[in-house]
Write a protein that binds this ligand. Structure first.
Ligand SMILES: [Zn+2]
Ligand SMILES: [Zn+2]
Length: 388
């Protein structure tokens, strides 16, 4: 008898799995090695050439060693965050093995065309405002609001932020907090290493009289300061940018799409105050993964095919009372649908074409992020725009 496959063994996305499906990576997980090296090598140099020498400068007390230990502990913390971000399910929406059966019953605001029975969009309410969600032909589902299909991983990811090549994983609903903490902690680590190296150099200048002599004694200090200075522009800037995004309850992807639109008077339907935005990111409970990667594929389960088999869930989670999530649940486009049929040329106004390539006129599902009621727009969301 053929042993049944586990979900991760017949996974249709481009992810890589380790430890029997316990860890999920993006297809570019090897970049983790680069990121790991970029963090660990400078820290080792710092510990060997700066912190340990500095410890000897402090002849009394434990201050010198505290500097060394703090650097090591801080680095371990940063690496744990990196690892958590990279190995976590970012919020992948399980694929359907076939299109929703009642898809023809959906109202799609005149999206249905002759010969193309699948409506490419449907309207749902988010915070009382209509949001157009789009059909993903790859995953065969209507994406929940804020969900987008990452072309690198080939999955629909909830609250898709971007695909980060540095961590080799999508950044989405379930690992955004980890990602932000990783980036901001790395920025703090840069500040720490820079400051201590500068302080050590100052002590050497005091001892040897000139800056040049001090640099000759400890070139590693200068190199580390330069490295941290450059790195800080990157991770510090990224931290600032994400603080800005969090304050607006916006994802990187939404922000970049918004910039591509004319005019700034868009309404972000997800914004419910700056404080709530921070609470949502840092204090909300992280929902369990919708994928049981280690579970067995049930061939005979309803709505499944023999070759796909990795998905049982056709709708998103329905357990949350939260209004927004409730709307996300509503893939059946029932009573919550906005009765908006008079929207003017909603398919065409403001379209930004040309990102990625469609396999069919309705194949690239699109998601209206709901910036504004009047100026509806649609954008290619199949491509994963990984800006970093
Ligand atoms: Zn998809
Ligand atoms: Zn991805």
């Amino acid at each position: 008898m053929v042993k049944p496959k586990k979900v991760y063994q017949s996974w249709k996305g481009n992810n890589k799995f380790l430890f029997d499906g316990r860890l999920i990576f993006g297809p570019d997980a090897k970049s983790l090695i680069v990121t790991f090296t970029l963090i660990v090598v400078p820290i080792v140099l710092f510990c060997v050439f700066v912190a340990s020498n500095l410890a000897r400068e402090f002849t009394t007390g434990t201050t010198g060693y505290a500097i060394l230990v703090l650097a090591i502990v801080f680095t371990i913390y940063v690496l744990i965050l990196l690892f958590s971000t990279s190995t976590k399910d970012p919020g992948i929406v399980p694929r359907n093995s076939h299109p929703p059966e009642d898809v023809l019953g959906y109202d799609s605001s005149a999206s249905i065309e002759v010969g193309k029975p699948l409506p490419r969009t449907k309207e749902i309410l988010v915070n009382g405002l209509p949001v157009r969600v789009k059909y993903c032909e790859t995953c065969m589902l209507y994406r929940p609001p804020r969900c987008s299909h990452c072309s690198v991983c080939n999955n629909c990811v909830e609250r898709f932020d971007h695909h980060c090549p540095w961590v080799g994983q999508c950044i989405g609903k379930r690992n955004y907090r980890c990602f932000f903490l990783f980036v901001s902690s790395t920025a703090l680590l840069c500040v720490y290493v820079f400051s201590v190296s500068a302080y050590y150099l100052k002590l050497l200048v005091d001892d040897y009289g000139t800056v040049w002599k001090a640099i000759k004694v400890s070139p590693a200090s200068v190199a580390l300061m330069a490295y941290c200075f450059v790195s800080l522009w990157f991770v510090g800037g990224l931290t600032g940018f994400h603080l800005y995004l969090i304050s607006r309850n916006q994802t990187t992807y939404e922000n970049f799409r918004q910039r591509g639109l004319r005019g700034d008077n868009r309404i972000n339907v997800y914004y419910r105050g700056c404080m709530n935005s921070f609470l949502e990111v840092f204090c909300s409970k992280i929902e369990p993964s919708k994928n049981n990667f280690r579970g067995y594929v049930h061939e005979e389960a309803p709505k499944m095919t023999s070759k796909g088999g990795n998905i049982q869930v056709t709708d998103v989670d329905t357990s949350d009372d939260d209004r927004r999530v409730k709307v996300e649940d509503d893939l059946e486009i029932g009573d919550d649908l906005m009765k908006i049929s008079q929207r003017r040329n909603s398919q065409d106004i403001g379209d930004i074409r040309g990102r990625g390539s469609d396999r069919s006129p309705i194949s690239r599902s699109e998601l209206d992020f709901g910036f504004g009621l009047e100026s509806q727009f649609s954008l290619r969301s199949e491509s994963c725009h990984s800006e970093w």
